[in-house]
Write a protein that binds this ligand. Structure first.
Ligand code: NAG
Ligand code: NAG
Ligand code: NAG
Ligand code: NAG
Length: 255
């Protein structure tokens, strides 16, 4: 029993050392390597000379305890960075609790940045009653959307319905989206089941999170994980390989 416990502790310790070493390896030398469990691998970085370019700058928000990392240009909280080209961020949900007006979100603008909203990892979900909930590009064309009636059998759901939540629909988004508005528009406010007290939601979120964690009703102040894909131009690798810390470069290109 005593031996088993020691072995177990040794394994736990080894595990945590490995995690630590890995995180240290992947940041630029003398740059902050992590925020708690969140590793900050290059090209991301905290502080001058630690990131590849301004898009990958991570700011440290110490109004939180412990402090949280943010993508500085977009002011989005970082939940996880993967060198396979994704970053999970905490993204605000969008809701409207009045069924008689059209409401539109504020915009996170990824245009001309190295980031796009991941098509393969995110879905657009809408929950509501007598609404048309959509993601639109700024010229007004619909990227993804769901139309709802009201009541148990809403017949006009456009996407697939969400298991277990009434009047909920889930639709895929197209690839390479960098900019959208979420909109909630009233559809037919004279319908008999109209309930002005209900809140409607139009939310982009990580599909994996939706499948396992989303609880309805969604609280309006809640943020949900959204996955961005990131990329860098070809000069990145040559610059990395020529640099004084080519160990990191090897790590990146060995994938
Ligand atoms: C830190 O986060 C708080 C709460 O979200 C926000 O109000 C504040 O502007 C952030 N500060 C920085 C420096 O990003
Ligand atoms: C989004 O960013 C691009 C590139 O910086 C800019 O040209 C465009 O005007 C921005 N659009 C909005 C709506 O902010
Ligand atoms: C809903 O639809 C199902 C199958 O289409 C039907 O059997 C059921 O009676 C409907 N319920 C209501 C309340 O309309
Ligand atoms: C709106 O709802 C009313 C009451 O259910 C119905 O009679 C009418 O046809 C609906 N209008 C539209 C445009 O769907």
């Amino acid at each position: 029993m005593g031996v088993v416990q020691i072995v177990f502790q040794a394994i736990v310790l080894l595990g945590s050392i490995n995690t630590f070493v890995q995180a240290v390896d992947l940041a630029k030398p003398s740059c902050q390597a992590n925020f708690g469990k969140i590793g900050i691998p290059y090209p991301f970085g905290v502080g001058a000379d630690c990131f590849y370019d301004d898009w990958f700058a991570i700011s440290c928000n110490d109004t939180f305890n412990p402090p949280k990392p943010f993508l500085r240009r977009f002011n989005l909280e970082v939940l996880e960075i993967s060198l396979e080209g994704t970053v999970r961020v905490n993204y605000p949900t969008f809701s409207s609790c009045s069924n008689s007006i059209t409401k539109t979100t504020e915009i996170v603008n990824l245009t001309k940045s190295p980031f796009v909203f991941s098509q393969s990892k995110n879905s657009f979900i809408a929950i509501g009653c007598n609404i048309f909930a959509s993601m639109k590009s700024l010229d007004g064309s619909v990227i993804a959307g769901c139309m709802f009636g009201c009541g148990k059998n809403s017949t006009e759901i456009a996407g697939s319905s969400c298991i277990g939540i009434i009047n909920c629909c889930l639709t895929p988004i197209p690839p390479y989206i960098g900019l959208f508005n979420a909109n909630i528009e009233p559809k037919n406010i004279s319908s008999p089941n109209f309930n002005d007290q209900a809140c409607n939601y139009a939310v982009l979120l990580e599909r994996k999170f939706f499948n396992s964690n989303l609880r309805y009703p969604i609280k309006s102040e809640v943020h949900v994980p959204v996955v961005l894909e990131w990329g860098i131009d070809e000069t990145f690798y040559s610059r990395m390989m020529g640099s004084e810390w080519s160990e990191c470069g090897k790590h990146l290109t060995s994938k």
